[in-house]
Design a protein around this ligand. Structure first.
Ligand SMILES: [Zn+2]
Length: 188
């Protein structure tokens, strides 16, 4: 299984959203990306970690790598400082990308206890231009004090990463169960 993990934004060039304490989205996503990659490599997945300032470099790298799945990690931000929680995006509902998004969303919400804002459609460049099921996850709101605390805490970061990795393996396991079932039907 080949998985691309993209940390959103780029430290030093594009900080992404910035929290009340000065915490930068780009460094949070870099940290989570490395941790997710570590969890997936531990179970023998091939992982491409890619964090680039130019979006086409991300999608080109992932497509050249031949990824089976693509996950982009971000932190959300809103003018309303009360807005908080987790949401996951796919370009369209009804396909594999939505299934992957649901698996990741469930794992994050259940292990971190963040507000479940659900799976949504979003016409993001990195989702549109990748050749495989692709999800962009907004882990939590860096603009909300409670969520920002989670994003600044090393243990929580690790829980986010483990949850994303489990979401990915949940999706892969569901797929393989489906294929095993359809194979046994053909054989009998
Ligand atoms: Zn972002």
């Amino acid at each position: 299984m080949k998985v691309t993990i993209n940390g959103g934004h780029y430290p030093g060039r594009d900080s992404g959203a910035v929290g009340h304490t000065g915490l930068q989205e780009a460094s949070v996503t870099r940290d989570m990306m490395a941790r997710v990659a570590c969890y997936l490599r531990a179970i023998s997945y091939e992982v491409l970690e890619v964090q680039e300032n130019v979006l086409s470099h991300i999608t080109d790298a992932s497509n050249e790598f031949g990824a089976d799945l693509f996950v982009s990690i971000h932190c959300n931000a809103a003018n309303n400082a009360d807005a908080k929680g987790t949401e996951a995006f796919c370009v369209q509902t009804g396909g594999d990308s939505e299934k992957l998004a649901i698996c990741i969303q469930k794992q994050i919400v259940s292990s971190l206890g963040t507000v479940d804002r659900g799976v949504k459609t979003g016409n993001f460049y990195v989702l549109r231009l990748t050749d495989c099921p692709a999800v962009l996850v907004e882990t939590a709101f860096i603009s909300n004090k409670d969520d920002e605390k989670l994003l600044a805490d090393e243990n929580s970061l690790d829980q986010f990463a483990a949850a994303i990795a489990r979401g990915i393996t949940d999706y892969v396991n569901e797929l393989s169960t489906f294929f095993m079932e359809s194979e046994s039907i053909t054989l009998s």
